[in-house]
Design a protein around this ligand. Structure first.
Ligand code: UDP
Ligand code: MG
Length: 340
């Protein structure tokens, strides 16, 4: 079937749209999420599936979604073996989505499901990626907004692909884009960077990001910092170059200083033994060396993890109710368990 006909639903084909939701301890919002998603999706001339990925929740979210999947045929629950982190959960969801278009959305309803029709509209007009850009960040601190801004400016200056500011994981991807993403083999998944890397025709839609419907964000500043660091080191080797430049600079300065001391001693004799300055220089150089080694280690570590070729995530089970057309009844339970 041609790309155009999968989109517009010509030739009697109704496009299948997948909605992928990474879930980690979101029991409080899941019922509301399901309700709002269903309301929006039912009103559209499409077939749809909701792929809930349980990222090793500890509050019973996994159980809840399995039950939901058993009673509603549009819902599939992919339960991971433990908490692998949002990026891995998202990847798992994308791998399990079967749609002609795939929409990624947060469980906490910060990304309003009501925008899905507009996203599908843009897709049918030919976009392979519909990126949702946050106009406001309601319910987030000034500090978080500001630090995010500074981070993106910096990241874009030093990395090869330009990673758009204020677009998160909330987006629509065509089948082609999803397949392209699935081809990227790396283990260190900085999704925003990977999304940007694949390119393809992209439409940007602006929206107002709502505050969390319930529960608390799983991100503290430390994990945000880690994510930022991950982003920089996955998409740029600039830090290594900076470390090297710094090394060259300090080494040169050290040489000059040494030469100057020799000249001074020759001309004026040994005046004051310069212990304090020596100590200062040594600590400084030691610091520069340690930073550089640390940075180097970060990249070597990345290579190490890539070399191990471990899977990104492990699936505990996939729960879904499959429609069996036989005698036009719904066969209630078809539970398959497989480990990826
Ligand atoms: N999430 C996940 N695994 C994690 C942390 C978060 O699957 O280890 C999910 C979470 O359930 C939510 C989404 O990722 O659906 C975004 O998380 P959160 O709202 O905490 O992040 P924020 O909106 O603050 O960026
Ligand atoms: Mg959130």
């Amino acid at each position: 079937m041609s790309k155009e006909s999968t989109r517009s639903g010509t030739a009697g084909y109704t496009p299948l749209v997948s909605v992928v939701v990474p879930v980690y301890n979101e029991l409080q919002v899941l019922p509301m999420l399901h309700e709002r998603l269903t309301t929006v999706l039912e009103a559209l001339p499409i077939r749809y599936e909701i792929v809930l990925v349980d990222d090793g929740s500890r509050d019973g979210s996994g159980q809840y979604m399995a039950q939901l999947a058993l009673s509603v045929s549009e819902v599939r629950a992919v339960r991971l073996a433990r908490n692998f982190g949002k990026e891995a959960a998202l990847t798992a969801g994308l791998h399990h989505a079967r749609g002609d278009a795939v929409i990624v959305i947060d469980a906490d309803l910060q990304d309003p499901p009501e925008l899905i029709p507009a996203m599908l509209q843009a897709w049918q007009e030919g976009a392979d990626v519909v990126a949702m850009k946050r106009r406001s960040r309601a319910g987030e601190t000034r500090f978080k907004t500001l630090s995010a801004h500074v981070f993106y400016r910096l990241l874009n200056r030093i990395s090869e692909v330009s990673i758009p500011e204020d677009t998160g994981d909330f987006r629509l991807m065509s089948r082609q884009a999803v397949d392209a993403l699935a081809q990227l083999p790396e283990r260190n998944r900085y999704m925003k960077g990977l999304f940007a890397w694949i390119g393809l025709p992209t439409t940007v839609i602006e929206y107002d990001r709502a505050p969390r419907a319930a529960g608390t964000s799983q991100w503290d500043y430390l994990s945000l910092f880690r994510l930022a660091f991950e982003g920089v080191t996955s998409f740029s080797v600039a830090p290594l170059r900076i470390a090297m430049a710094l090394g060259v600079f300090t080494a040169l300065a050290g040489c000059l200083f040494g030469a100057w001391i020799i000249v001074k001693t020759l001309v004026m004799g040994d005046t004051v033994p310069g212990y304090p300055s020596m100590a200062a220089i040594m600590t400084f150089l030691g610091g520069v060396q340690l930073i550089s080694i640390g940075l180097l280690g970060e990249y070597v570590g990345k290579t190490y993890f890539e070399a191990k070729q471990r899977p990104l995530y492990l699936v505990r089970d996939v729960v879904e109710r499959t429609r069996v057309i036989e005698k036009s009844v719904l066969k209630p339970v078809e539970l398959h368990r497989h480990v990826a």
